[in-house]
Design a protein around this ligand. Sequence first.
Ligand code: MN
Ligand code: MN
Length: 466
Amino acid sequence: MSDNKTVAESLKDELFITRKNGRLKADEKILSEAQNYCEDYKIFLDNAKTEREAVKIAIKLAESKGFKEFDRNKKYNAGDKVYINNRGKTVAFAIIGSENIENGANICAAHIDSPRLDLKPNPLYEEIELALFKTHYYGGIKKYQWTAIPLALHGVFALKDGSVKEVIIGENDNEPKFVINDLLPHLAQEQSKRTLNEGIKGEELNVLVGSHPFKADKGSELVKLNVLKLFNEKYGITESDFLSAELELVPAFKACDIGIDRSMIGSYGQDDRVCAYPALTAITDIENPLKTAITILADKEEIGSMGNTGLESDFLRYVIGDLAKNQGADETVAIRNSKCLSADVNAATDPTFQEVMERRNASFLNYGVVLTKYTGAGGKSGTSDASAEFVARIRNMLDENDIIWQIGELGRVDLGGGGTVAQYIANMGLDVVDLGVPVLSMHAPFETTAKLDIYMCYKAMFEFMK
Ligand code: MN
Ligand code: MN
């Protein structure tokens, strides 16, 4: 203790938690690696705006790194890389470990669905010679945020003959976009008295699709007719084919750097692609892990993880079961000994809305990947509260590998809350804790993250699975 520190200062160094901006802690090499890593992340964001697109791109990247579709008739050996595609909406990637899977797998689980506007089954209608789509919002959105911004249409028409037509309209600069119009302020006196939540109501989220009438001497709904004619020419569909479609409206913006210092990223859908991309790139960068490594990218988290592509389903159990059977191992033992990082975002402290946070337990941009011991609402309802022992293990792994990290809770205890897939994975009887990236404007059409935090998320997942 020489460097002119008082006894109290030295003791503080020894005993207190030290908090420091990660960009001050990190050296130039790490900062430039983070910058480079995020260039590819932005490309991923622009090309994976829906769960279906994310699955496709993830598989394409994995295949380029040697992953092959799992075949239960084949015998796999340590180091082999496989994936299991669940209906094109959820996908699991695995690398067979050199240890028996009964010793447990290391799993990173992120979700690839994001809040958006789905088309209703019967969406298309005409009012005052304008054609519109009715929408049904998906996930927790602030509805007013979705008006007066350019929207793109993504998804599929599934036809009765079994064929599937893929749709993307509005992503290229020269393509048309869609929009939900809002009332002009001049005439919004009544609307302005509504609560923020009711400012735009669900049934007012109607999307403008066209205004050109099909040229005919007589007849009604000619604008709608012309719109259907254009859809028919492009995809061979008729109005009834919307009944078996999954069409989603998402913001037509591209991902970009935020800030004159280029330290942040703004984009649609970073909850949870900001964790899905690190989970994906971590497993595709790993070779020959000791324990079987699994990355799962799941659908339906934003609506409660329900359904056969959500993580409340048995999909993950079956993935581990398939891998266990393949090496003659016991599925139950494999599950019980597995460990999981539930890779989801946390709320970053917003300088303008600091009062919703409890500062000592809030996460901040640039302070690294966030470890969240428990989520939930109020008195920890709806949470998976990770064990102290498991948190200690992860904390040690992060520190041992110089990964910049912070602890975080989702806001003040009485204010609200949220959950992740952690609770469903914990139900299987394995250890799981939340780890992810802090986000500003979570669930908005344009969310903000910090590049250093994203890179630290990647490094954490790589260390966890390698
Ligand atoms: Mn999420
Ligand atoms: Mn979310």
